[in-house]
Every structure is written in C-alpha cells, then in structure tokens.
Design a protein around this ligand. Structure first.
Ligand SMILES: [Zn+2]
Length: 252
C-alpha cells in the first residue's frame, strides 16, 4: 500500500514537473517554473506600485523622456502585447535598474553616469527587460522551491492556485523592498539576459557595440555600483561573451 502511494506520488510529481517546463525566448533553454504567468504579472504589478510609492519618480525632464523613448523602442522589439509597459526614471544615486514581470521598468538616475548615450542606456534597459521576458524571477523562486525538497510540493501546487499562498512567493521575491532585487540572478540567467538584451537592443535600432562600452563603464566604477552587481553577478568574461553574441547575430 505504501509502495503504491509512493509510486503515485512519483508519477504525480513527474506530471507536475512536466507541466512546469518552459522555454526561454531567443535562447530556447528549458526551465522549470511553478508559477503561472498571470500570477507572476499580478505580483509584478503589486510590487511595482509599492516600489514606486517609496521612490522619487522624475517626470518631464530630458532624461525621464529619454528613458521612456528608449523603453518604447525596446518594448516594440520585445513584441509582448500582454505586457503593460511602463518606464520610469527614479531619483537615486545608486547605479541600478530593474524590470518587474509585465514590463515595469525602473531606471535609477545613478546609472546614467555609466550609460553615456542612448545606446548604452538601451543596453541596461534591454538587459533588465530580458530578465523579465525570460521569467528569471519566477525561475529563481521555483528553483529555491525544488531545493527545499519534494515535501513542499503540496504547498507549491497550492501556491499556484490559491491566492492566500502567494505570501510564500512574496517573501521569496523580497516584496516589501523591491521585487526581484533581493535574490541575485544566477550566472546562467545573467549571461542569458546579456544575450537576449543584445538581440533586443539591436532590433530596437541601437548599436550593440555600445553594450561593450556600457559594461566597461560599469566595471570602471565598480565600488559605487555595488547595488547592481549584488543582484547581477558580473562575469570576468562578460564583455568577451557579448562580443561573441554580436558576432553570432551578425552572421545570421
Ligand atoms: Zn542581470
């Protein structure tokens, strides 16, 4: 009897895992996500409102208009009509930027020091948008669930269906500060966001070679950019990897 129960548990688990396998856009990597897109978008919306309510949003300046104009072009390249895109510049000396699920992009004024022209600003915005398109936040939450063990599976299934269980996800996302900024992205997700970001910025009409200059500027001022690099691991080979992506793209 116990054996039968175990078999049923294993089969159910496999079905659930099979049902949660997704593919990243552009890079086509398989990923395991235990969260529906709808849920992810709703959480993104909620956290965005919270993050903005705590921030000093810059309106109607040259730079805030630039952020919006560049954002619109990236959004057109991303081709996600289900996203409700918004692009905000926030007064904050930290060199940082993020994009919440659903296309809520926030750029800190601090990062303008490293983004010296439109194409360089498009680099970091495309990179952040790429994290959202590839659902890296939901993937991080899901993999931490897998690591916590199979006994949690029941809770995970409930979490994707019952709103009262979304608290688990809120904690994992670090809501209360800024969604997606609490858990660092993994190296794989990071280089994937670099790659997808390059495709997006090129499609949006920006010179992808400016990405090399942007990342060089970012690492030049590394001490002051710790906030960005605490959640976006920097790779020694990042610039080389991006050069390879551009070469691959130009061959197509
Ligand atoms: Zn990143």
């Amino acid at each position: 009897m116990k054996q039968l129960r175990n078999i049923i548990l294993v089969i159910t688990t496999l079905f659930i895992i099979a049902g949660c396998t997704h593919k990243t856009p552009y890079t086509n990597r398989s990923q395991m996500i235990f969260m529906s897109s709808e849920e992810e978008l709703a959480l993104g919306e909620q956290s965005y409102k919270q993050a903005l309510s705590q921030a000093k949003v810059v309106n109607n300046t040259y730079d805030s208009k630039r952020v919006k104009a560049i954002g619109e072009k990236i959004a057109a390249a991303a081709n996600r009509p289900d996203f409700k895109w918004e692009f905000n510049l926030v007064e904050n000396t930290a060199m940082n930027a993020f994009c919440l699920p659903g296309g809520k992009v926030v750029v800190y004024t601090g990062i303008l020091k490293a983004a010296k022209n439109d194409a360089q600003l498009a680099t970091v915005m495309s990179h952040e948008v790429a994290h959202a398109l590839a659902r890296h936040g939901a993937e991080r939450v899901s993999s931490s669930k897998i690591q916590q063990g199979i006994q949690l599976l029941g809770n995970v299934v409930l979490a994707t269906t019952a709103p009262e269980f979304t608290n688990t996800f809120n904690q994992a996302y670090g809501i209360g500060t800024e969604l997606g900024v609490m858990l660092p992205y993994g190296r794989l997700q990071e280089s994937e966001a670099d790659e997808i970001g390059i495709y997006l910025m090129a499609k949006a009409g920006y010179n992808p070679y400016e990405a090399l200059n942007f990342w060089k500027n970012m690492s030049d001022g590394k001490e002051s950019t710790n906030e960005f690099f605490s959640t976006h691991p920097s790779s020694e080979t990042r610039i080389e990897d991006i050069k390879n992506v551009i070469t691959k793209m130009e061959r197509k």
